[in-house]
Design a protein around this ligand. Structure first.
Ligand code: PLP
Length: 358
């Protein structure tokens, strides 16, 4: 079966097989990796190797820390303003879908979270034109969501926001193509799409932002404390960290992010071409220039066919194609672990379905 879930999403088969083979005993340690102390040398070495691989993959400059945190991306919607801004400060938010909306809402108890641009009026099916952005002077940071998982809109370049630190929720597009980390102040991502199991959060943050006073808070919320303790301020998600390391190793073996980027672009093109070339049987609701490579929502010309599409696709081994209720129809998520072959099978099924029901 091919899994098109938006998240938690498919992991590379090779990663799961390796984890299965090592489940009961890891690396001659006599125990499962889940049963090892995070303070012991073997796990510390594993953790450091995973970080080193991620740094290589993303090309993380020396003046950035890599953190392995918990709480899902949602917790960091709140924790980022707590750390990067003090009481009375304001920050700008570019809202291009569900997750950007949520980031503003969760920041609001801590700071003046201003919506500097939004595509709500376009039902989040197109990015807001750059000329419409109203960035405010003195903002502590600018937050945006490079890929909106539900609405299927994606930025295809990094926005220029002057000297203000750019904060990016890359939960659904991290590691999907090369990225210039130096353009960002802080990148964070829930792991459950392109990295590993849910709960784990990977963060890349520039050193000077860790020096910001933020507000009074418990140590456990302070990123600088996590950085000073190599993400082992308390017991980290060791299992998640281990799996993330396996995924990073797999990515390197695939040729790194340049190879992934090319593969992902091809997968997305194959699917969008099939939708656009279906003579109106299928339709992408998203504006051409804003279409996501990772999450592809599409509708059928007659929604009465939705149930049959889902039933027949599942029977054909094509899983989790039901769209989010905010957009309706179908959604195929094409993260790194979805091979081009899966998209070919999907496209063939879609053509057959259209012929049978057209
Ligand atoms: N941000 C984006 C872009 C997402 O797709 C998701 C969904 O998983 C989240 C944030 C929320 O992540 P979590 O459930 O890990 O808090």
């Amino acid at each position: 079966a091919w899994n098109f879930s938006a998240g938690p999403a498919a992991l590379p088969e090779a990663v799961l097989e390796r984890a299965q083979a090592e489940l009961l005993e890891w690396n001659g340690s006599g125990a499962s990796v889940m049963e090892l102390s995070h303070r012991g040398k073997p796990f510390m070495a594993l953790a450091a190797a995973a970080e080193a691989r991620l740094r290589r993959l993303l090309g993380v400059p020396a003046n950035y820390k890599v953190l392995f945190l918990q709480g899902g991306a949602t917790q960091h919607f709140a924790q980022i303003p707590m750390n990067l801004a003090g009481p009375g400060d304001h920050a700008d938010y570019i809202v291009t879908g569900h997750w950007g909306e949520k980031a503003v809402r969760e920041a609001a108890p801590y700071i003046d979270a201003r919506v500097a641009a939004t595509s709500e009026a376009a039902h989040y099916l197109a990015l807001p034109p750059r000329a419409s952005w109203q960035l405010s002077p003195g903002a502590a940071y600018v937050h945006y969501t490079p890929n909106e998982t539900i609405h299927g809109v994606e930025f295809h370049d990094v926005p220029d926001v002057g000297g203000v630190p750019l904060v990016a929720d890359m939960s659904s597009n991290i590691l999907s193509e090369p990225v210039d980390v130096s353009r960002f102040g802080l990148i964070y991502a829930g792991a459950q799409k392109n990295i590993g199991p849910s709960g784990l959060v990977v963060m890349v943050v520039r050193d000077d932002l860790l020096e910001r006073a933020g507000r009074p808070m418990a140590k456990i919320f302070r990123y600088a404390e996590h950085a000073a303790n190599d993400s082992m301020l308390n017991t980290p998600n060791t299992w998640g960290w281990y799996l993330a390391g396996l995924t990073f190793e797999w990515l390197e073996a695939q040729g790194g992010l340049a190879a992934m980027g090319a593969r992902n672009a091809l997968k997305a093109k194959t699917l969008y071409d099939a939708i656009d070339g279906s003579g109106g049987f299928y339709r992408s609701p998203v504006e051409l220039a804003s279409r996501s490579r990772m999450n592809v929502p599409f509708t059928l010309h007659d929604s009465m066919l939705d149930a049959a599409f889902l039933q027949e696709s599942e029977a054909a081994g094509l899983l989790a194609l039901k769209g989010h209720k905010a957009v309706g129809g179908m959604r195929a998520s094409l993260y790194n672990a979805v091979p081009p072959e899966a998209v070919d099978v999907l496209v063939k099924f879609m053509r057959d379905f259209a012929t049978r029901h057209g």
